[in-house]
Design a protein around this ligand. Structure first.
Ligand SMILES: NC(=O)c1ccc[n+]([C@@H]2O[C@H](COP(=O)([O-])OP(=O)(O)OC[C@H]3O[C@@H](n4cnc5c(N)ncnc54)[C@H](O)[C@@H]3O)[C@@H](O)[C@H]2O)c1
Length: 437
């Protein structure tokens, strides 16, 4: 009898392995499409039955992936389905479910644990389990491994376990799943070998590391690096503003240095599912070791305070024009947290709108990627995107550029808006109606 490892490696090599992707979101869907494109039969599991129905009908729900890509995958055997007995059909179970923070800003692993509990009854010899969700170092070893072993399956002998973080860059057309090097750590040497074989069949360059904990920490370092550097440029922005300097001019000039400097752009705060959230997974785990994550806390504090600072700049700009925020008509440009995407998760624009509304402003928004405001956590606005006509622009006391989508007509905005508060450094040259924030 050959071992489970050899059998699974042969199935992967011959593309007979069935890949189950659990969680068909921003991370899981592109991965499922990529495995399908690479010649594997893919089962896509999600608890959101609307998503399953749409994908099953060959329709995408993320703008980045055209219906065509989903239809091609469907033709090649991609089956979206509800979690359940079909987990047993998959030779690999790749977990891409959310890892948010709870109300106390502590890791909420309930989606990951819920997913594992849902496939455990179907787990069988010869399967690979790979966790992709960003999480604290030790999650795979401390949370997944004992649950698998409690089923009587040996990790590294019967079932193979690894952690391999995703590196999606939403809104970046150059970010292609197969071309992004992928880090992977295994629970044992055999786990790593099987994990590398599977992903290596779909991804151009794999980056093996010594353990699942090393892979988990690598992902956190990448995101913490970003959060801290954004915190730094946001602080520099406040200092530059007080000194009468434009931080964007300074950053562009510094970025001409061909070594030792990486440009980061300041903004109205941090958004998205990753950068404002992930660093605090490490903060939580570090406490267990008696350590404080000071850079993370400080960057978090600065980034979190940015919307208030921007609102202060809006108030000052209106004040200089003998207007109060109370009663002012303000149009927020860009609702998504990042340019050219439709994702509203943790978007600072929502916080800006809430803060301005609290002060009595009449707030509207315009975002070509978000025609109507969907229901989001913590905020309740029922509004539709305002079309950016010259008349509409001229109607507002202030236009607040929060997210600089390429689809905006910046010339028209500059020509027709009475006052622009620019949080993105879009207008470098001084203009009478532009205030930088
Ligand atoms: N979005 C990014 O750019 C990005 C980049 C790198 C890493 N990540 C990480 O990847 C993970 C997933 O993020 P995302 O952005 O894809 O999230 P998402 O919310 O877009 O997608 C998650 C999907 O999982 C589904 N789901 C939830 N519980 C489930 C369960 N028990 N069984 C099956 N499906 C379930 C949800 O319905 C949803 O469709 C997170 O840990 C995140 O930090 C995200």
């Amino acid at each position: 009898m050959t071992g489970a490892r050899d059998d699974l490696l042969a199935k992967i090599r011959e593309h007979r392995a069935v890949v189950g992707v659990i969680g068909l979101g921003y991370v899981g869907l592109p991965l499922a499409l990529r495995f399908s494109e690479a010649g594997f039969r893919v089962l896509g599991f999600d608890t959101d039955l609307d998503k399953i129905a749409r994908l099953a009908a060959g329709r995408s729900y993320l703008r980045r992936f055209p219906d065509d890509a989903v239809r091609r995958a469907r033709d090649a055997g991609f089956e979206p389905c509800a979690p359940g007995a079909r987990f047993a059909e998959a030779d690999a179970l790749v977990v891409c479910v959310p890892t948010p923070l709870d109300a106390h800003r502590e890791p909420d692993l309930s989606f990951v644990i819920g997913t594992v509990e849902s496939f455990l009854p179907y787990l069988r010899r010869g399967q690979l389990v790979s966790l992709e969700s960003t999480t604290w170092p030790g999650t795979t070893e401390e949370e997944l491994r004992p649950r698998i072993e409690a089923r009587g399956l040996a990790v590294g002998g019967d079932v193979f376990l690894c952690f391999s973080p995703e590196r999606e860059d939403p809104g970046n057309p150059l970010s292609v799943t197969r071309a992004l090097p992928k880090v992977l750590g295994g629970a044992t040497a055999a786990c790593r070998e099987v994990g590398l074989a599977l992903y290596g069949a779909a991804i151009d360059r794999m980056v093996p590391v010594s353990s699942t904990r090393a892979a988990e920490m690598t992902k956190l370092l990448e995101n913490i690096h970003r959060a801290v550097n954004i915190g730094l440029v946001n602080e520099m922005k406040i200092i530059c503003d007080r000194m009468g300097l434009d931080v964007h001019e300074i950053i562009r000039a510094a970025a001409t240095k061909p070594f030792g400097f990486a440009p980061y752009t300041p903004g109205p705060g941090l958004g998205g599912h990753c950068i404002p959230v992930d660093p605090f997974y490490l903060t939580w785990k570090a406490r267990q070791y008696g350590l404080n994550t000071r850079f993370i806390e400080l960057a978090g504090e600065i980034n979190h305070a940015m919307p208030e600072w921007v609102v202060g700049k809006v108030a000052a700009a209106l004040n200089a024009r003998r207007r109060a925020v109370n009663g002012a008509k303000i149009l927020v440009l860009g609702l998504a947290y990042k340019k050219n995407v439709e994702d509203l998760r943790e978007s600072p624009s929502l916080r800006l709108m809430a803060l301005l509304a609290e002060l009595g402003a009449e707030v509207d928004y315009s975002d070509p990627h978000v025609p109507a405001m969907p229901r989001v956590r913590n905020y309740r606005f029922e509004m539709k995107s305002v079309a950016l006509t010259p008349e509409a622009l001229a109607r507002y006391d202030a236009v607040l550029l929060a997210t600089d989508h390429d689809a905006f007509d910046y010339e028209a905005i500059a020509r027709h808006a009475r006052l622009i508060v620019d949080t993105r450094g879009r207008w470098l040259e001084p203009r009478a109606n532009v205030v930088k924030a």
